[in-house]
Write a protein that binds this ligand. Structure first.
Ligand code: DAH
Length: 344
């Protein structure tokens, strides 16, 4: 049988083309079956050998053997390549890209009250104040007595105190740090003290633990206008704009005279009589303050004949709520992740 009946070259070319387009094990298997399977092209050729004249059989048989060897060799080589490619893909797919932004995850962030605390601390540090800290478990002396609030004083009723079995208490305000700091650093002095305070109060607008920031300046000839300027500077910087202020006469045992500071409503500026933030008054109470009482300066072992000063106390939780438009105090304390994730 002539070569054109046993088309070795044609089968070889067909095999090479089929092999070139096989990219997966399945496709490779199809090629294997197409040529070496029971009805495969190579198998058929080998079978037809018997029909050849004996003198042609030898030469064509050798050629076919060579083709079979080549096909088997090529199939094995192709299988090795495909396995290597699949392994590489598997490795790439399972590789961890540490630079990818994680899915369903979020970055840590400051709690809005901590954010507020840091913002005000930054502003006050810019005005030359240092940060002083004091104990949360206090002695009656520092929390009350040395702040001009003796045992019989009705002002004690203003602050529902948690007393501890050993006679100590949870500080009801950050004001005790005033005397601690005067005793430790003397005069002149400029400090702020952020921290937790505690009162027996728990309803929708009060939490038994909340955050305050105390400020104290002691120097010679300090005037009330310096206090006013300091408060305006701090609040304008904190809210990022110039607000209207009003000072109302008030009473605190540790300052004389005492004031409370109101700022214009940060939500409606007094233009909305149904405003849920200021309830239509147009004003928000933000701080207590005054000129430090001479008795308090004396308790700090500083001579009130030489030095005077001012002090103020602000509620950090309220400031955070005003700045970030948070309308429910409880959100600050219940650790709700979706609230905390909303970003401040
Ligand atoms: N300690 C006061 C309170 O908790 C706030 C306060 C008022 C602090 C007047 C002061 C001040 O330093 O001068 O209600």
């Amino acid at each position: 049988m002539p070569d054109d009946l046993i088309n070795i070259a044609g089968v070889k070319e067909d095999f090479k083309n089929s092999l070139a387009s096989a990219k997966t094990f399945n496709e490779l298997d199809e090629v294997r079956v197409k040529f070496t399977g029971k009805k495969g092209a190579l198998t058929l050729l080998l079978r037809s050998l018997g029909k050849l004249a004996p003198e042609e059989r030898k030469e064509t048989g050798q050629k076919l053997n060579l083709l079979r060897d080549e096909i088997e060799h090529d199939l094995t080589t192709a299988a090795t390549k495909i396995r290597a490619a699949e392994n590489e893909k598997l490795e790439l797919d399972s590789r961890i890209d540490v630079t990818l932004t994680p899915k369903n995850d979020f970055n840590g962030a400051f709690h809005p009250v901590m954010q507020t605390m840091h913002e005000i601390m930054n502003i006050m540090q810019g005005l030359g104040y240092s940060v002083a800290l004091g104990p949360e478990i206090e002695e009656d002396f520092y929390n009350f007595e040395c702040l001009n609030i003796p045992k019989w004083h009705p002002a004690r009723d203003m602050q529902d105190t948690f007393y501890l079995p050993d006679g100590k208490l949870l500080r009801t305000h950050t004001s005790p740090v005033q005397v601690h700091s005067m005793l430790e650093f003397g005069a002149p002095l400029r400090i702020i003290c952020p921290g937790k305070v505690f009162r027996r109060d728990n309803d929708t607008t009060h939490s038994p633990m909340f955050n305050q920031m105390e400020g104290l300046l002691i120097d010679r000839d300090v005037s009330f206008s310096v206090l006013k300027g300091t408060m305006a500077e701090m609040l304008n910087a904190f809210f990022g704009r110039s607000l209207k202020y009003r000072f109302r006469a008030s009473y605190f045992p540790f300052t004389e005279p005492s004031m409370e500071l109101d700022i214009e409503c940060v939500k409606c500026s007094g233009h909305d009589e149904n405003c849920r933030v200021c309830h239509g008054t147009g004003w928000l109470e933000v701080a207590g303050m005054g000129m430090v009482h001479p008795e308090v300066i004396k308790a700090g072992k500083i001579d009130p004949e030489i030095y005077n000063g001012f002090a103020f106390g602000i509620g950090l939780d309220r400031m955070a709520m005003l700045k970030y438009g948070i309308n429910d105090l409880r959100l600050l304390f219940n650790g709700d992740i979706s609230f905390l994730q909303s970003g401040f």
